[in-house]
Design a protein around this ligand. Structure first.
Ligand code: NAI
Length: 335
């Protein structure tokens, strides 16, 4: 492909706006031509901030256009499977935010359509694989620097949200394991070259956000997974961090260990006041993974334009959903 890849984005919420700005201004070879959202306020934002962009009220209208080569889905998770299927069946390449779906059967439905259309690139947005530090860790592990990996500790914590966004988000997010731990699940599987999970235990609490109870969700979750080959991984995810977003991975092998992400979530400012010292300010997931989102977007666009396979295929997305569902089903809630 010599011309730019013409992209239509669907969803302009918390994350969709960030993707839209990346695609409009920071991804070589991409041209953002249209944006769809059922919200008039969001469409107005797009028209004001992304000049020259057409806006549509939804996916069907976007798919009816003849100037869209690829669809970029940043819609609520509960729509992903249907939206990916519709986009693929319309002949478009697809980037879809994580997770691919909330149930394995829905992933299988998508995979069946994708496998029948091998020339179309479909990628799920596990963009943390494209974070420079995590990608460097993977390179070192592949080079054998850590020896055989036997322990991985993951933690990913969102800041306490006084406005209760996560409670409103819970009915469509799939809960903390499918929404949050899914990133680390993908990373652990990637680090272990797709090793199968053998046993899964999980426990959590919703003491800070009891409003999560109707969805069966928790604000703090733990899970322990044993993998074929002898590695054990622990996952800690929460929406209750007092220090802002932080995502950490500690990977231990027979020859060495790597720790990724400690303190990176903070702005490089130390405030000295009232006899104390305070580091940085509150940051969110986008501050930490901004580069990863950009590299992930570029990888998708480069793959489509070069006629290469997806940089992050749907089989991995299915496996991540399958393991997150096992955690959700194993969950024991402390009450
Ligand atoms: P949000 O609720 O802020 O935005 C959702 C967007 O979808 C809104 O623009 C809304 O108008 C639109 N929408 C709702 N129903 C629609 C429909 N039927 N058709 C078309 N558009 C529709 O949600 P947020 O936080 O932006 O999350 C969106 C997706 O991104 C989720 O799947 C979430 O898991 C994922 N995400 C991924 C992150 C990552 O680190 N990779 C971080 C945050 C979100």
């Amino acid at each position: 492909m010599t011309s730019a890849l013409r992209i239509g984005i669907v969803g302009l919420g918390r994350l969709g706006r960030r993707h839209a700005e990346n695609l409009a201004f920071r991804v070589p070879g991409a041209r953002l031509v249209a944006a769809a959202s059922p919200s008039a306020e969001e469409r107005d934002w797009a028209a004001a901030n992304l000049p020259g962009l057409a806006t549509e009220p939804g996916l069907p209208e976007l798919l009816a256009r003849d100037d869209v080569d690829a669809v970029w889905l940043v819609t609520p998770t509960s729509f992903h499977a249907d939206h990916v299927v519709a986009s693929l069946e319309s002949g478009r390449h697809v980037f879809c935010e994580k997770p691919l779906a909330l149930e394995v059967a829905d992933c299988d439905r998508v995979l069946a359509v994708a496998k029948a259309r091998p020339k179309q690139v479909a990628m799920v947005g596990f963009t943390r694989r494209f974070d420079p530090a995590i990608a460097e860790a993977k390179r070192r592990i592949e080079a054998g620097e850590l020896g055989k990996i036997f322990s991985i500790r993951c933690s990913s914590e969102d800041a306490i949200d006084p406005h209760g966004f996560f409670v409103r988000f819970a009915p469509t997010s799939g809960g903390i394991y499918l929404d949050c731990a899914i990133h680390e699940i993908d990373l652990v599987r990637w680090i272990l070259d797709g090793a199968e999970a053998r046993t899964v235990t999980a426990a959590g609490t919703r003491l800070m956000y009891p409003g999560l109870a109707p969805c069966g969700d928790v604000d703090t979750g733990f899970a322990t997974v044993t993998f074929d080959g002898g590695c054990v991984a622990t996952f800690h995810v929460s929406r209750t961090s007092h220090r802002g977003f932080e995502s950490m991975l500690t990977i231990v092998g027979t020859e060495g260990a790597l720790e990724i992400g400690r303190g990176l979530g903070h702005l490089p400012i130390t405030v000295e006041k009232d006899g104390g010292r305070r580091v940085g300010g509150l940051v969110d997931f986008f501050d930490r993974f901004e580069t990863a989102f950009l590299h992930g977007a570029r990888a998708f666009v480069e793959a489509v334009r070069a006629g290469r396979p997806s940089p992050l295929g749907l089989d991995d997305a299915r496996a991540a959903t399958a393991l997150a569902v096992r955690m959700r089903e194993a969950l024991v809630v402390a009450e």
